[in-house]
Design a protein around this ligand. Structure first.
Ligand code: PCA
Length: 150
């Protein structure tokens, strides 16, 4: 089992959440809500309005997301789905747990989780507005363009 922190289109209610629910991809169990322990720039970038956590800790906001325990099959599926390592890189970061549904008597304070972040991006992306929580249908008006429409 591995812990993955999702902050973008994989969250509940977002356009790609369904891939976490599809048992043919492996298993993903919701464990709780949290935010990154460090600030990161979360931007919506490119012609398809894709959320990107830029691997620049210390800049931006603490980013909200969801924690999932995934099996090996789902982790491999997600690497493929997120075009890792070309589009995103799977890195580890510290997540402050805000609400926990996992096993154990108490919520852990902070956890190391995998995240799909990006270290390879156009320099101008650093100047895009920084979000603290992603919603494809948010005020920004930059609705995610799903793969099937590209
Ligand atoms: N999918 C991954 C990375 C960005 C995205 O849209 C996620 O939700 O965490």
């Amino acid at each position: 089992m591995a812990l993955v922190f999702v902050y973008g289109t994989l969250k509940r209610g977002q356009p790609n959440h369904k891939v976490l629910l599809d048992g043919t991809n492996g298993s993903a169990a919701f464990r709780g809500h949290g935010h990154t322990a460090e600030p990161y720039p979360l931007v919506i970038a490119g012609e398809h309005n894709i959320p990107r956590l830029l691997n620049l800790p210390g800049k931006g906001h603490r980013v909200a997301g969801e924690i999932y325990a995934v099996d090996k099959q789902m982790l491999r599926f997600l690497d493929d789905f997120e075009q890792c390592p070309h589009m995103y890189q799977r890195t580890e970061l510290s997540v402050r747990v805000l609400q926990w549904e996992g096993p154990g008597p108490a919520a852990p304070g902070a956890l190391q989780c995998f995240v799909y972040s990006t270290a390879t991006y156009a320099p101008e992306w650093v100047h895009l507005p920084y979000l603290d929580s992603y919603d494809s249908e948010g005020q920004h008006g930059l609705r995610y363009n799903p793969r099937e429409n590209r």
